[in-house]
Each structure stands twice: as C-alpha cells, then as structure tokens.
Write a protein that binds this ligand. Structure first.
Ligand code: ATP
Ligand code: MG
Length: 477
C-alpha cells in the first residue's frame, strides 16, 4: 500500500490532508517536525512526503535534501502558507516533485500527489533496471572456480583501472567478449562508452573508415563527414574482436594508434588524439600467425602487454556444474519455466561432454532444455542425445583408460565384452571427473554422483582409484 507522510506543524492542515487522502486508499502517517518526519522515512516505509516549507527542526528544504541524499526513492511535495515565487523556485531546484501554496484546493493536492507518485515509481523502476544491467556485467557474473579462471579474474581486477592494452585469446565461445565487457565495467571508464568492432567482418577499406572515420568526399560514397569508432569510444573502451584476421595494411594503421594514441580520419591529414582503452580478442594463435607472416611481429609485441588466455571448457570440467546452474537460473526466470536444478546423472553427462563450442554451446543447450521441460529437476532425458548418451560414444579420448585390463575392451561399436567390465570404464570416468570437480572431496563427489558415501568408497577400492590431485585414498581403503 502506498504510504504518504504528512509533515506539518499545524494539526488542522494534517487533518485536512488526511480527510482528503485517507479515503483514496493511501496509508497515512503524520509528523509535526523534522526529526519526527525522518523516522518513518529512515525505516524506508514512505513513498511520498507532503511537507511544510517551515517545518520546525530544520525546515522543509533541509528535509527534502536529506531525503534526496539518503532515500532517493521517496518523493517530496512542499507546501507553504507564504508561497512566494522564490520559495517555489528554491523547492523545485532542491528536487521537490511539486510545490503547493496554502490554502490549497483539494483537486490541486490530488493531482500533485498522483504526479509525484508516478514519477517516483518510474525512477524506482529505472534504478532497478540499471542495477540489473550492471549486475549482468559484473565480474561475479562470469562464472568460474577453476584455478585458471580465478587467475584470470585476478588479472582483470588488477588491470581494470589502468589504460593498459589487453589481449584476450581463446577458442570460440570461451567468454572473450564477456570478459572484455566485464573489464570495461570494472574500470573507471565504466560510465564511458564500450564500442565493439568485429575486425574480421569488414573489408579493409570499410574497416578503416569505420574505425578512424572519414571526411566528406574522401572516397565515392563519403557524402558527409563521419566520426570513427575510435573517436566514438573516447573516454571508454574499444573492443577490437577477431583481430587475427585483419589485413596487413590495417595492422600498420592499428600499430600507429597504439604507439601514438592518435588517429587520422580517412582523407584528412590532421591527427586527432584519442583517449581509449584498447581490448583485443582473437581465436587464432597469433604466434603461429606471426611465424606464417600473416600477423605483424611488431604489432604482436605491442598488443601482448597483458595477454589473457581463456581455457576451453573441456579443460575445466569443474566449472560445468556452476555454469549449467547459472544458465538454468537465468533461463528459467527469463522464460518463466519451473526448472530449478539438475539430477546427478544429468550433471555427470554435462561434465563428460566434449563441448567443442565451449560455454556458448553449453548455454544454448541449457536454454533449450529449460524451455522444453516442465520438470523442476532436469534429468538425462531433458538433454539432447549427444550429451546424454553414455561415455563410450561421446566422451573425449582422454577419458577412457589407456592402460590396464579395461584398455583392451572394445569401445562403441564392435563386439561387446562382458557387461560388468564394459560398464567399468564409464563408471571410472564419471567418478574421476566428480572427484576432480570436487577437489578430491569424497563426500561432495558422492553427492554429485547421487550415490552414498560408502558406495563411493566401495567403488574406489573396486576400480583401484587412488584419489585425485594429490589427495591420498582414505586410510580405511
Ligand atoms: N564464464 C562464463 N560465465 C558465464 N557466462 C559465460 C562465461 N563464458 C561465456 N559465457 C557466455 O557464453 C556465451 C559465449 O561467450 P562469448 O561470446 O564471450 O565468447 P567468445 O569467446 O567471445 O566467442 P567468439 O570467439 O565466438 O566471439 C555468451 O553468452 C557468454 O555470456
Ligand atoms: Mg566474442
């Protein structure tokens, strides 16, 4: 219920306002001076304050200023018996939603109250939207507990507030663009623009005018001056994606910007200084490109100041449960679906899959599963066959033992061996992965696998698994 506070030293005015507003369904509170008015405001209960300009204990403007500073979602309308123009101007300047002279007409008060509440609601919504947006871009939204990811977060935090050039490499879908955005939003430049340019998508001539701008008449089709992306990114960050496929001629120009921090518009000889943080990304191995003569060596060293390599998802299976749950929450909310968690077999299957498309592939797969399922817990059946099928046909080569009695077993097609032995390989793989994901903690690994702790111990002994990552097998084994 919308709450209005009537802050006026005169009991008759308070009564008058209460008689007017009470029947309209507002919850009302009253105060005769500034300290008494601040109490309910500080408890965050008040949507609107109607306050007299000459409120004892500090005055209406002082009340307004305090509310604006500490409780910006509460609106204030000021009233005054000596309603001079100066008072009205001072009130509005200080951020009052409205100003009314006393005596007031009932209609006047109602209109002012409606308008002030509407404006406050809009402001609140705006504020919530902005926070939600910031939230999505914060580094805590980049999921990763793997030590390599943790090291990356540390680097990002350490360099965020500098203007250092950052190069992000890694396979497609590993989170390069996401990290570049997070870097911008962690930096002091966050209120400046984040401008993204795909350097692989445009032919050289267009790319140049896109980035540096051009002057009218500099080439056919240049009908007016155009500001380039470097200038548009001034005060913020420019993200040059797919830098590995840019032409040699373009690389020369880019080197100049990096060295001198100036650009020249196409068709213009004047130089324009640019204040931008440059972040570059590529899924190519630049060192090899340099060796092959496809990438300039001088540029390579110039951009290799802070280099971040995003590890492929298959090399950090421990991140898969966290990422899968993160996407599950997001898509369930976005699409209004009931999914809340995964069953242990579903999580195991996700951890076993090879993910050639990395996090993007996982994200798309979870979205599809969440949209299609009406269940609260997503099970194997909710996952597509390429992930849900047993390890023999889908797991990466490294997951099956290459030595020992199981190595000789036929995998996939061909004559099957004894059932027990055939099942041992995927079982071992699932257990080893669960242990790795849980840092060797057997309790958690058992929970992840959906089996009892003692069953896990039994299986560890049976399969001769001696613990992972330097965690010795428990003494009782
Ligand atoms: N660590 C992560 N935490 C949460 N979401 C992630 C993470 N990594 C990637 N994503 C999500 O996965 C998708 C792919 O990531 P992104 O676009 O950043 O990859 P990329 O490396 O830039 O790929 P490409 O080389 O194809 O441009 C995005 O929707 C991104 O939000
Ligand atoms: Mg990208």
């Amino acid at each position: 219920m919308t709450k209005i506070l009537l802050a006026d030293p005169d009991p008759r005015t308070r009564q008058e306002l209460a008689t007017l507003l009470g029947p309209r369904g507002f919850a009302l509170d009253a105060a005769a001076d500034l300290p008494a008015a601040m109490q309910p405001v500080e408890q965050g209960e008040v949507d609107l304050v109607l306050a007299d300009l000459h409120l004892p204990g500090g005055g209406g403007i002082e009340l307004l200023q305090r509310i604006r500073q500490h409780h910006p979602d509460t609106a204030v309308v000021l009233l005054s018996a000596f309603g001079s123009v100066q008072d009205a101007v001072a009130a509005m300047r200080a951020g009052a939603a409205d100003f009314l002279g006393k005596p007031f007409a009932a209609e006047q008060v109602l209109v002012a109250v409606d308008r002030a509440l509407e404006k406050a609601a809009l402001q609140k919504e705006n504020h919530a939207l902005r926070t939600a947006l910031d939230d999505r871009l914060r580094l805590d939204n980049v999921v990763g507990t793997d030590p390599r990811m943790q090291a990356i977060f540390k680097t990002v935090q350490a360099v965020a507030d500098t203007r250092t050039t950052v190069l992000i490499t890694g396979e497609s879908g590993t989170g390069k663009t996401l990290l570049a955005r997070a870097l911008h939003h962690l930096s002091a430049r966050r209120s400046g623009p984040f401008v993204e340019v795909n350097c692989g998508a445009l032919p050289e001539s267009l790319l140049e005018s896109e980035l540096f701008g051009h002057v009218k008449g500099s080439f056919t089709g240049a009908v007016r001056d155009k500001v380039g992306k470097f200038e548009a990114a001034s005060g913020g960050t420019i993200f040059l994606d797919e830098i590995g496929t840019s032409s040699m001629a373009f690389q020369v120009k880019l080197l100049r910007v990096l060295q001198d921090r100036v650009i020249e518009r196409v068709g213009d000889t004047r130089t324009v200084p640019v204040d931008v943080r440059i972040v570059l990304a590529t899924n190519k191995d630049l060192r090899t490109a340099v060796q092959k003569g496809e990438f300039r060596e001088d540029l390579y060293y110039r951009i290799h100041v802070v280099a971040i390599e995003m590890p492929p998802l298959r090399e950090r299976p421990g991140d898969i449960p966290g990422l899968a749950e993160h996407f599950l929450r997001r898509f369930a909310q976005e699409h209004g679906r009931p999914a809340r968690s995964f069953t242990a077999p579903a999580l195991q299957a996700l951890m076993r899959a090879p993910w050639p498309g990395n996090v993007r592939q996982l994200e798309n797969l979870i979205e599809r599963a969440v949209v299609l399922s009406r269940a609260e817990r997503l099970d194997l059946g909710d996952l597509p066959a390429e992930v849900a099928l047993p390890a023999q046909t889908t797991a990466t080569a490294g997951t099956t033992p290459s030595t020992g009695p199981l190595a000789a077993l036929p995998q996939g097609q061909g004559t099957p061996g004894p059932l027990r032995a055939a099942l041992a390989a995927p079982e071992r793989s699932a257990i080893e992965r669960a242990l790795a994901a849980c840092g060797g903690n057997r309790e958690r690994a058992a929970a992840l696998l959906g089996i009892h702790r003692s069953t896990l111990f039994h299986k560890l002994r049976k399969l001769g698994i001696r613990g992972t990552g330097g965690n010795p097998a428990p003494r009782q084994l």
